[in-house]
Design a protein around this ligand. Structure first.
Ligand SMILES: Nc1ncnc2c1ncn2[C@@H]1O[C@H](COP(=O)(O)OP(=O)(O)OP(=O)(O)O)[C@@H](O)[C@H]1O
Ligand SMILES: [Mg+2]
Length: 382
């Protein structure tokens, strides 16, 4: 299943958005244009459905309705999300899920549903508020999506949202998980529990993935061999590899000695192989060498073919977009304005369309519009 269309109203810096998505989506825009905010829509849905989650928590974790609601919102200021789901890119929608959220005017000022609707194909199978909601308003503080006894007819949609995976790996967290106090974030986007995740995977699957990763990593880090998961005397899991050097046998190294790029690539490859759910990648190019970054789009689409999963990634990187296989339709271009950020596929922006048809790569066409105009002024700061 993939998310084939997203309609947003008053979601953070997006006042009004309606975009189609394919199997592979590149979110491009200047700093603070809303790339992470766009990805957060899918994490929000996941937060509603996940165990221990729910609408109230998903909103309070984000600082409340007032933090989420677009600052450019006008009188009609409900936050609205509509998600269309399809089997694959270009196919008819198999279902739709939509919610509108506002804040109670009185009492505890809790977030409440203005509506919740679910469609199967074109048939509306759930519409709230329903009779029971009208009898008891408090019911509107919870979605049916998050309730097992209410979501049975659309459990597949709930499970799809629950399985969304977000990755923005921070190498230092992965290396030194115990050095950071406080509870971890359950979905673990920054990789603090990455090693535990690897260790919990059944041995056969784990080693088969590590072998594939080792083969792919070898292009980036040719000295690395025999990548395995191992436990220390305290039972704490580690990744270990042999680094070849002038000594005949090479040296064993663990993750705390791996480079940032090695760790990020390792985490990225593991996540790509891990499941077939929607994967959100935040700037996957960070810490990676140009030659590797260039190959990422190809690598992603090869692995996608096996897993048939949707991947939505945000990037700033010209090298990543220089792959000639990336089409203008796969690029969602963000343009900030005082009335909220616009999102459009690069292929439907006339100025870009002409240049793309003229044979320029997506990077050549789009990146000049993303770079900050006055960046040179940074050099003037003393
Ligand atoms: N409720 C809101 N209404 C309007 N704007 C908001 C709202 N919440 C956050 N923003 C704005 O969204 C911007 C941040 O967006 P985001 O973090 O998604 O940017 P980004 O494109 O990921 O940037 P970067 O490339 O730096 O990671 C900030 O400028 C912030 O002020
Ligand atoms: Mg961001």
């Amino acid at each position: 299943m993939i998310i084939s269309r997203v309609i947003l109203k008053n979601w953070r810096n997006f006042r009004n958005v309606d975009v189609s998505l394919g199997n592979r989506v590149f979110i491009i825009g200047p700093n603070a244009s809303g790339k992470s905010n766009f990805l957060d829509v899918f994490r929000f849905l996941r937060d509603i459905v996940k165990p221990g989650g729910g609408l109230q928590k998903a909103i309070s974790d984000r600082g409340g309705v007032s933090k989420i609601r677009c600052l450019a919102a006008r009188r009609y200021s409900d936050i609205e999300i509509e998600i269309e789901l399809s089997e694959s890119s270009g196919q008819n929608p198999i279902g739709k899920y939509a919610i509108g959220v506002k804040q109670q005017q009185t009492g505890k000022h809790l977030p409440v549903l203005r509506y919740e609707r679910v469609w199967r194909g074109n048939e509306l199978i759930r519409e709230r508020p329903d009779k029971q909601d009208n009898k008891d308003n408090m019911r509107l503080t919870q979605t049916h999506l998050e309730q097992i006894n209410a979501n049975q007819p659309f459990r597949d949609i709930a499970s799809f949202f629950e399985s969304v995976l977000y990755l923005h790996l921070v190498p230092q967290l992965l290396r030194y998980p115990t050095a950071f106090s406080g509870p971890g974030i359950p979905e673990d986007p920054f990789g603090r529990y990455f090693l535990e995740r690897v260790a919990k995977t059944p041995e056969k699957t784990r080693q088969s993935r590590l072998n594939k990763i080792e083969a792919a990593l070898r292009k980036a880090v040719p000295q690395l061999k025999n990548l395995i998961e191992t436990k220390d005397e305290m039972g704490i899991p580690h990744l270990e590899a042999t680094y070849e050097h002038w000594r005949a046998k090479g040296a064993k190294q663990r993750e705390d000695q791996f480079s940032d790029g090695t760790l990020r690539l390792l985490g990225l490859l593991w996540s790509l192989l891990e499941s077939d759910s929607l994967l959100l990648l935040e700037e996957p190019e960070l810490s990676l060498n140009r030659e590797i970054v260039i190959q990422l789009p190809g690598l992603i689409s090869r692995l996608q073919r096996q897993k048939k999963r949707q991947i939505i990634l945000s990037t700033h990187n010209e090298d990543l977009l220089s792959d000639k296989g990336i089409s203008g339709q796969e690029i969602l271009f963000l343009t900030p304005s005082p009335e909220g950020t616009k999102i459009e596929p690069a292929s439907s922006i006339p100025e870009f369309k002409k240049l793309l048809e003229g044979g320029l790569t997506v990077a050549e066409v789009v990146m000049p519009k993303v770079s900050p105009k006055n960046a040179y002024q940074l050099a003037l700061i003393k």
